[in-house]
Every structure is written in C-alpha cells, then in structure tokens.
Design a binder for this molecule. Sequence first.
Ligand code: CFM
Ligand code: HCA
Length: 542
Amino acid sequence: TGRTEIPDPEMVKKELIAKYPTKVARKRSKQIMPNTTDECGNPTVMGANVRTVPGIITQRGCCYAGCKGVIMGPTRDIVNLVHGPIGCSFYAWLTRRNQTRPPTDQDDNYMTYCFSTDMQDNDIVFGGEKKLKAAIQEAYDNFKPKAISIFSTCPVGLIGDDVHAVAREMKEKLGINVFGFSCEGYKGVSQSAGHHIANNGIFTHVVGENDTIMDADYKINLLGEYNIGGDAFEIDRILGLCGISLVSTFSGNSSYDQFANCHTADLNAVMCHRSINYVADMLEIRYGIPWIKINFIGAQATAKSLRKIAQYFDEPELIERVEAVIAAELPEIERVKEEVKQRCEGKLAMMFVGGSRAHSYQGIFKEIGMRTISAGYEFAHRDDYEGRRVIDDIKVDADSRNIQELEITRDETRYNPRKTEAEMAELAEKGVAFKEYNGMMADMDPNALVIDDISQYETEKLIEIYKPDLYCAGIKEKYAVQKSGIPMKQLHSYDSGGPYAGFKGAINFYKEIDRMVNSKVWGYIQAPWQGSPELSAKYGWE
Ligand code: CFM
Ligand code: HCA
C-alpha cells in the first residue's frame, strides 16, 4: 500500500463542476476548496450553511430531523410526540442507534415507542389542534410521563396550528411540563436549524427547573454526545474511573431531570460543537459555567481531552488519577494499533458526514496511518471548517461580568475567526483574551480537498478520480459507493458496530477498519451487466 501520486485538488475541483450550468458551478465552487491558507495563516473562506441548489441530490436532512431525531430523540423519559403525518414519525423511529440505559426497571423509557398524531386530510383542512390535544391527553393517561414535547412537521406550519398554545393549555391542565417546538422540516437549509430550535427550547422550558446539587468534586456536563452505538457508555466508564461526575449529557442516555439540573455543573465539556454550541453559550452567559472543546474519538484525543478537563479543575489528586487511567488503558491500545497499522498505513480515506464527525474521525484514522484526502460536512457552518476564536473567560464570576459587552465581542468574533495579528493585539489591549479551537481545515493536509454539502454526482466523480481505500458517509450513500467497489463505513449509525469513542472504542474501530480496507472482496465487485453480453445487448449497454 502507500501512494505517492495524489491528484491536484485544483484540477479535481474543476472536474467536479465542469458539467454544471454556469450559475450552479459558480455556487458550488465556493463550497469546494483546496485546503490552503492566506498570508495570516487563516484557512481559506469556506462556503457553508447555504441552501442546496434545487435538483441536486444532497445528503442533508431537514429541520425536524435535527430537532426531534438528533437533540431530543436520545432522551428516554420525555414523551416525544410528533404532530404530523405518520411517515415523519415512522422514518425517524429508532434509526439513529442512540442507546439508553435506565438506572432501574422502574425508570421510564419511551425510546422504543413512536408517538404521532397521524394527521389526515381532515386535519389539514379543518386544523389539527384538537387532535393534538387529544393525543397529549392519551399519552398522559397511558404513561403519566414527567414531560411531553411536541414536534411540528411541515404541514403544521403551513396550516397554522399553534403547538405552543396547545402546550400551554395542556401543561396547565395536566400539571406536567408540556412544551412545543416549531421545527417544521422546511425551516432553514438543513437539520442544523433544528439543533438551534431544540437547544433554545430545552433551555427555555427545562434547564434550571431542578436545583438539587450533586455531592461530588468534579461535576461536568458532556455536551454534544448522543450515545450512538453505546459511545456514551464507554465515556461514562472512563470518566467514572477518573472520578469525574456527569451531571448531564446532551443528550445521549439522558433523562429529563438531568437537563433540568445541568446548570449546577462546574464545567461544560463540548464534544459535537456544531449541534450544541448554543446550549454551551447560554449556560455560560446565564449561569457562568465555562466550556471547553473536547473529543473522545481516538485514543490520543481521548487522553488529551481527559487531561484538559483535569487541567481545568487544577487539582493534583485529579491530575494524578487521570494519568493513572490513561497509563492503564494505553498498552492494549498500542498493541492493537501497531498490528493494524502494518496493514493500513498509507491508505486513503474520505469522509462526508454531518457537522462534526468528518473532522473528529480524522485523528483516529491517523492513529493507524491512514490519511484523509477529501472531507466535508453536510450542514456545518464556517466556524466548523475554519475554526472559532472563543473569548477566554474561564473562572469569570457570572454576576460581575458585563454581559452585554461580552455578547457583542462574542458575536463579532464567532463568525469571524479571521483576524490579523494587529487586530488581535488591539483586542488584547482591551482585555479580551481568546481561547481558540481549530476547525477541520487546520487538521487536514495542504493538498486535501474540502467539500461542503457534497452531491451524489460529485461523490461518484470523486471516487472515480481518487479511488480511495475507504469512503465514510451515511445510509443514503452506502450502496452506491459499495457498488463502485469501495468499502463504505457509516459514520452516523456505525453500521451495526460501536462503541467507537473512548479507549475501548478506539480498539473496536481500528479492528473494524482493518477488516474493511484489507478485505479482498471489493476487488471482485462487478456490476450485474459487466461480462453479460445478453444483458448488454438487451438493454443497449456498452
Ligand atoms: Fe453532531 Fe452527531 Fe454529527 Fe449531528 Fe447528525 Fe449524528 Fe452526524 Mo448523523 S449531532 S453533527 S446532526 S456528531 S445524527 S450523532 S451522525 S449527521 S456528524
Ligand atoms: C439525520 C440523522 C442521521 C442520518 C444518517 C444517515 C443519523 O440526519 O436525520 O444518513 O445515514 O445519524 O442517523 O444523520
């Protein structure tokens, strides 16, 4: 294995847009970028979070998917009721592989249920609020849950049903928390809009409802970890060994009370920044809880993240314990890694996934010697590509801080990470310090190609040009990629695998990738018509 000739990314870009109409080509060319930097060392401007050109086959999902499926879906004891046609519920039913483990048999777990108002023509014509009220009442009578949340699908917004008024009325009537989300599928340009709506809703309706203070030394919230394939269980295991306590996770393996209580934590550790940065910011502004960016994908990233958390608390006892845990876990990881690396070194991977994993998985591939030659997100924003400068106000007392001023500087800097040294010096003089985190581009090779919201057509072209050893994406891409003879790993659902986070997860992942990229089966793939003169003649194939 091992390659020396990598196609020139500028040339590849030209080829990808060559067949598009002029206007489309111009639009797409802003979202397909060779990974270069400007004279200040800033990554190139990446077009992101813009509407997909109609007619292009995108990987993206909708606003409802981001709100209901991603953020709220993994919470086990809230009845998540979908107001809409049954299909919207059915196609979001247990497909994300977010696992949960109630502490006892007595604890509620509604995750396996599919709650829907099953809207019909009649509701579209005469309004669906009555039906929604009845559904809330029925869910309450059957389950007596702590809370019920309502998700709006496209028709709800179009016919003007007021889910918030219904929620208020039913909250009053039933005496439990009932709240709604205006997350109609058509809102925004992708599922990203749904994350924002879910974050705002949970912060408005749930956070701060429970003031119980956990008796523990190092209390954190884990933000942006959704327990796909059991990732959160492995992270819990490691944090437990280190003596770090989780107040809440947003939202893998979570419960209503954890959300309600999360404002009592000391620190927020943010894993998937894209989906949850809004909650991190709100918890910082309202409750003075600082946040740091961490990543539990890959052994090195996991060790680094644990050290970062220990460093924040700055207690020798914790630092020592974290080092002991890392030292105990590493030998087995090293052993598997070295063995797998012999067979994987130099192989090329591509990943086009969501708003976080196309970046966070690059490090774990590097651990076994694999390079990411092209990558991109479906719906991330510019800061996820280019990086984000964040005001460093760790340990600032929430009450004594000028929130308004902080907000202005925050807004100015968040979506404008590009600052010259002179501008940075000027801000430093004003007393503004930055902690920084790098986006995907800073961690990629200079000759890599970064592609936002990749299309089906571009995917096929890309595979043709680079012939990668592995392609990572989701279920919609899986079989088309495999039919071209390239192994395909789902980085959303992990196919049927996982956990891949943390130390044990890294070992699982190394072994899985080894199996995939070194399997000889892909070389035997033939399309059904290849080598069949009868079929070719019948259908006129070449
Ligand atoms: Fe965050 Fe996620 Fe992702 Fe995401 Fe998603 Fe997901 Fe993903 Mo699928 S929250 S951005 S909206 S890490 S569901 S668990 S795998 S696209 S890269
Ligand atoms: C979503 C969920 C999804 C889809 C994955 C896929 C997930 O976007 O609504 O396309 O395979 O992780 O389940 O991202």
